[in-house]
Write a protein that binds this ligand. Structure first.
Ligand code: GDP
Ligand code: GDP
Length: 436
């Protein structure tokens, strides 16, 4: 099931990021901290009562002032939230009371059919009933909380979970779902159109049931695929354009629903900070990923150019050593037919299962050749490893003391796993469980 998006909106200093951290703070840590991932601090996965959702702090959207005068920033954030999220948390400052800017945001939010929860923050003394005045915003019952003290935030989360719609997946498990992501203007729409132009697109009058996403299914050699959420790319309405600029949420959702991500990079410009953040979505989402270097026609070349590029990309996107690169041109069609071939390959890799006996044979071999380091006289013992899941391949190690399982040794094992099993294009995850 796809994860719904919960967006936090509100003017500056009401406590949005405090609430964001409070809600997402208890997130399960994955033991595969990769150095070099440029973390986008505005979104995080959260879970409450077995419901997972993605939380976004719209206060962190970088909206350039020159294109949006300051007074407009909050409005753009609210509009993006309404367009892209399943649920909006509108945060106001209970100490300060209603301001003109709150009223402006409320006016925008009242027009949406999406659920909005009105969160009155900085209420540390519930007896004073300071939150009551916010009824005037016309957004239903104000919910008093203190984000910094963690007061009433559990009740708020109960309400969040209750208000979240179910998002049904609409495709059979064997359909390969493809997300095409990247910065504006790298050629996502051109690539989508070119890709679909060469395939047998299945015309269907069943709209993507996941709200307004317009997915495009196609078939090739009897196999079924779908390009997810091309709506924002192919429908170039003016209204959408403002939102497309801040389409973190759209990209996240597409990634979340996909099996394989095509991360599109403009080869004529190289890898930018923004590219790293967006590639991080695929990596952290545990999705198969192909780095598609588009606009290859614009790059002056000799016979070494591709190798040089590969080197730069490997160092810029160091956390994604596993992702294959493909140099294409949506304009000339160069190497486009290869894309689906590589998609098939990566989809298979993310879905591979290795038997427990083979894993433990390899583990014994690794430990024999490179014994785990000792730390303060204590030695790491790895009792057992098993694959707990696919998409991405996830392995659980049972050890005597997880503190002794240092990053460098984990990475060593990871490298040996990759040498042995491949998993090209797919992230892999390690979990460590301590057992006496
Ligand atoms: P944002 O700009 O909306 O993201 O707001 P921040 O989360 O950065 O918080 C702004 C200020 O309000 C900070 O100084 C916080 O410490 C403070 N703050 C946040 N939540 C609370 C709260 O529940 N109670 C009080 N008293 N202060 C808070
Ligand atoms: P998007 O914003 O990522 O969807 O990018 P578009 O598909 O709208 O492309 C942005 C611009 O780049 C358009 O002017 C395209 O014609 C151009 N473009 C896209 N792909 C290529 C390519 O492979 N080569 C060249 N030279 N231009 C391209």
């Amino acid at each position: 099931m796809a994860k719904p998006i919960v967006a936090i909106v509100g003017r500056p200093n009401v406590g949005k990021s405090t609430l964001f951290n409070r809600i997402s703070g208890g997130r399960v840590a994955i033991v595969e901290d990769q150095p070099g991932v440029t973390r986008d601090r505005i979104y995080r996965d959260a879970k409450w009562l077995e419901r997972s959702f993605t939380l976004i702090d719209t206060g962190g959207l970088e909206i350039a002032e020159y294109e949006n005068p300051f007074s407009d920033v909050v409005r753009v954030q609210a509009e993006v939230a309404i367009a892209e999220a399943e649920l909006v948390l509108f945060v106001v400052d209970g100490k300060q009371g209603i301001t003109g800017e709150d009223e402006k945001i409320a006016e925008i939010l009242r027009k949406t059919k999406k659920p909005v929860l009105l969160v009155v923050n900085k209420i540390e003394d519930f007896a004073k009933n300071l939150h009551m005045e916010f009824y005037a915003l016309g957004l239903g019952d104000p919910i008093p909380i203190s984000a910094s003290h963690g007061m009433n935030t559990g009740d708020l989360l109960d309400m969040v979970v209750e208000a979240l719609p179910e998002i049904e997946e609409d495709y059979a498990p064997d359909v390969v779902k493809i997300a095409i992501i990247g910065r504006p203007n790298v050629g996502k729409s051109s690539l989508t159109n070119a890709l679909l132009g060469q395939e047998r697109v299945i015309v269907s009058d069943i709209p993507g049931t996941t709200r307004d996403a317009i997915d495009t299914p196609f078939e090739r050699d009897g196999k079924n695929y779908v390009v997810i959420d091309t709506a924002g790319m192919r429908r170039r309405a003016r209204v959408d354009e403002a939102i497309e600029r801040y389409s973190v949420m759209r990209a996240l959702r597409a990634v979340d629903r996909s099996d394989v991500v095509l991360m599109v990079i403009d080869a004529s410009q190289g890898v930018t900070e923004q590219d790293k953040k967006i590639a991080g979505y695929a990596h952290e989402g545990g999705k198969g990923c192909i780095l598609v270097l588009n606009k290859w026609d614009l790059v002056p070349k000799d016979e070494k150019t591709m190798q040089k590029y590969d080197k730069v990309i490997r160092s810029e996107l160091a956390f994604m050593q596993y992702a294959p690169t493909l140099y294409v041109s949506a304009k000339t069609g160069q190497r486009l037919p290869k894309i689906v071939e590589i998609i098939d390959f990566v989809a298979e890799q993310t879905n591979r299962r290795i038997s427990t006996s083979i894993l433990n044979e390899l583990l014994a071999d690794i430990v024999r050749v490179t014994p785990p380091p000792t730390d303060k006289g204590k030695k790491l013992k790895i009792y057992y490893v098993t694959q707990a899941g696919v998409k991405p391949p996830t392995f659980v190690f049972f050890v005597n003391d997880e503190e002794l399982f240092h990053f460098s040794y984990r990475r060593h094992i990871q490298n040996r796993f990759r040498e042995t099993f491949g998993f090209e294009g797919s992230p892999i995850r390690f979990f460590i469980r301590q057992r006496e």
